[in-house]
Unconditional design. Structure first.
Ligand SMILES: [Zn+2]
Ligand SMILES: [Zn+2]
Length: 260
């Protein structure tokens, strides 16, 4: 019996009770969270893309939008191209289940992409999950972007999460009903810093109380669609004193999904 128990204690719980892949239901490898290696390799990994906004392109240059009107953020880093199918299903799980293992799995995959992107430059030291309006947060009960940021913070020891620093104003009408240009206009003042620190004079007290002044900040989101939301938040953060702002997201939509 002792010998038997001794043998068991050397086996990890994952080996004893292997989980199954969320997509194909096959057993997953111990190092994975809820997807098998084959399903991970078949996800729509973002390959060639705009070097600023990460819109999927057939080359690694700037998209026409970024050439004509560069966005306020420095760069967007995304792991996947958002499309119908596996990634769509996994992201729906992230939005509906506060304890979704998919959030950890996709965040871990995103963390590898982020690490690679900053191999020659300093990584932002602050993460700000895109805030939900308080009414939406109350209805949903959690913010999926905060969950993604929490998983990323376990990988990045020098990057902290600043939640509740920025607030989202109420939207006048549903975003999905608007054209892209209307969306961009409507999102212009969608966020404000708590205590209005972006509107305060540049006094010593305000500099001391401002946690993002002079800092490199990463906005964390699940999906970046038109870039209007992330762009508006980036503008607010830069106005409030952030040195520069990057965007980290699980998936980025292509031109074909954007309405105009
Ligand atoms: Zn699988
Ligand atoms: Zn672009």
């Amino acid at each position: 019996m002792e010998l038997f128990l001794g043998a068991i204690s050397t086996i990890s719980p994952l080996t004893l009770l292997p989980g199954n892949c969320s997509l194909c239901l096959q057993p997953i490898q111990p190092q994975n969270h809820c997807l098998c290696n084959l399903c991970i390799s078949e996800l729509p990994w973002l390959k060639t893309q705009c070097q600023r906004c990460a819109t999927p392109l057939n080359h690694n240059k700037l998209c026409p939008d970024c050439q004509q009107n560069p966005p306020p953020y420095r760069r967007c880093i995304a792991a996947f191209e958002y499309q119908k199918g596996a990634i769509d299903k996994l992201i729906l799980d992230i939005k509906t289940n506060p304890h979704s293992p998919e959030a950890t799995q996709l965040s871990n995959l995103l963390s590898d992409v982020i690490s690679l992107a900053y191999q020659d430059s300093a990584m932002p030291t602050i993460m700000i999950p895109v805030p939900l309006h308080w009414r939406k947060l109350l209805m949903r009960g959690f913010n999926q972007s905060t969950n993604i940021a929490s998983s990323l913070s376990r990988k990045f020891n020098n990057t902290v999460i600043l939640d509740n620093t920025c607030l989202r104003r109420a939207s006048s009408s549903p975003q999905h009903l608007k054209s892209r240009s209307e969306r961009l206009r409507g999102m212009r003042n969608a966020f404000r810093m708590r205590n209005n620190i972006d509107y305060e004079p540049d006094t010593k007290a305000n500099r001391t109380n401002n946690p993002i002044r002079g800092k490199s900040v990463a906005i964390v989101d699940d999906v970046v669609t038109s870039g209007a939301t992330a762009g508006s938040l980036a503008s607010t953060l830069i106005k409030a004193g952030a040195k520069h702002v990057d965007i980290w997201c699980i998936a980025r939509t292509g031109w074909h999904i954007m309405s105009d």
